[in-house]
Design a protein around this ligand. Structure first.
Ligand code: NAD
Length: 266
């Protein structure tokens, strides 16, 4: 089997469930060592690490709240202590705290911005510092790769989810501005914007047939996404196959951003 990430070391935040878990499996299958970040509960992350180790890969679980600078430092230290450095960082942690705008509390605004946007800032900053510290390695044409897990809501407004959409819009400009800043050092920063992917974050949208039917009206390609769809995109964006891709958001959304409401003349 082709291993485009052989010899590379990856960290995936929020990897004990959903998209992060799918991405961790895909990176491991592509030959990378994978550090699996979890927030509160170690057990699912340890189970995932054991599953990857069990199929001949290399993985370990590392706890950290991505919104906490000290914990993010400790997470990177743990990876560097174990494997010497890292080459690929997937800033994936995220959450939703939904409410009608007039009822959205400051606490829920802050929680989502802190986790989704500040968490990616801290994660990306530590990644870039580590890439710069250790210099070029002969495992990739790039000094390092950062992938920011965004959302179609970096461009699609979302009533009732103002904090979430604002966080993802912020991720888009953070990703692009950072990509512009560090591209001369051959650090590639890109984003992935998933559409509707079957994970715990959006269970309400797919676990009942009527809800799934409603969701499918938003997806021209006619199916919900699976975490493997995002895993394959992450492997490509992390590999030298995408070496000339810099500062781009890759939409993996079955066409959700094609304005399907206009498909029959609006
Ligand atoms: P999920 O709930 O399964 O995963 C989110 C992960 O983030 C969880 O493992 C959670 O523990 C972790 N997390 C939350 N707060 C954290 C913190 N403070 N520190 C560290 N980790 C924390 O949902 P998912 O769908 O897999 O979401 C993963 C990412 O994909 C998120 O950024 C989400 O916004 C994005 N996304 C998902 C979809 C979708 O349809 N599922 C669509 C677009 C974007």
């Amino acid at each position: 089997m082709h291993k485009p990430l052989a010899g590379q070391i990856a960290l995936v935040t929020g990897a004990s469930s959903g998209i992060g878990e799918g991405v961790a499996h895909a990176l491991a299958d592509a030959g990378a060592h994978v550090a699996i970040n979890y927030h509160a509960h170690a057990e699912p992350a340890e189970k995932l690490a054991a599953a990857i180790n069990g199929k001949g890969g290399e993985a370990f679980a590392v706890g950290a709240d991505v919104a906490d600078e000290t914990q993010v430092d400790a997470m990177f230290d743990a990876v560097v202590r174990r494997w010497g450095t890292l080459d690929i960082v997937i800033a994936n942690s995220g959450l939703q705290q939904d409410a009608k705008f007039t009822e959205l509390t400051l606490a829920d605004w802050r929680k989502v911005i802190d986790t989704n946007l500040t968490g990616q800032f801290l994660t990306a900053q530590r990644a870039v510092r580590e890439f710069e510290r250790r210099g070029m390695r002969d495992v990739s044409k790039a000094l390092g790769k950062v992938i920011c897990m965004s959302s179609v809501h970096e461009v699609i407004p979302w009533a009732g989810h103002v904090n979430y959409a604002a966080s993802k819009g912020g991720i888009q400009m953070m990703m692009k501005s950072l990509a512009q800043e560090v591209a001369p050092q051959r650090i590639r920063v890109n984003g992935i914007a998933p559409g509707a992917i079957r994970t715990p974050i959006n269970r309400d949208a797919w676990d009942r047939p009527d809800q799934l039917d409603k969701l499918l009206t938003l997806i021209p390609y006619g199916r919900i996404g699976e975490v493997e769809d995002i895993g394959r995109a992450a492997v490509w964006l992390a590999s030298d196959d995408s070496d000339y891709v810099v500062g781009t958001t890759l939409f993996v959304d079955g066409g959700m951003t094609l304005y399907p409401g206009f498909a029959d003349n609006g």
